[in-house]
Design a protein around this ligand. Sequence first.
Ligand code: FES
Length: 203
Amino acid sequence: MSEQNVDKGRRRMLTLATSAVGAVGAGFMATPFILSMTPSARAKAAGAPVEVDFSKLAEGVLLTIEWQGKPVWIVKRSNAMMEKLGTLTDLLADPDSDVIAQQPAYAKNTSRAQEKHPNISVMVGLCTHLGCVPLEKFAIGPASDMGDDWSGGYFCPCHGSKFDMAGRVYKNVPAPTNLPVPPFRFLNDTVIVVGENPEEAKV
Ligand code: FES
């Protein structure tokens, strides 16, 4: 693909990404399970932490919120999704998140999650190649259109990068690193603050 075409493609995807985030923002008002989004919209636009109640979020469903102008994904992963994470090491470029720190220290583990809530995934939903928004491909096996041996994850439609359910990038794709995990802390089992570290992680 020529540089010009890549640029055009990227512009188009960034426009789509912005639209998608806008739609999610509108969805907050109509979606009953989002109990609170604080602080004010103006502060949020400036990058303030965002509180998210995901108590009504079903297992295996992708929730997108906006933080610092970026889409952030929250997923309550199923047992089947969690079991696959330990089986992919040989297929991944950086399975232990050792090469480049793309997550806080407390999320440097196989599930890239916090120890007390290993099934809750929180990630910035922007491809680490050129910033497109990857697609959710959570189905395991052929139902995903990703091949019979697909283990569930994310697929970037711009240039074909693939990530597992922990946002770890597969080998031999354009994306150079795992998807970023933002700072986040739990207020209780179903409410998090995106943009803040847990108390015990603060120095
Ligand atoms: S932006 Fe190129 S693979 Fe995702």
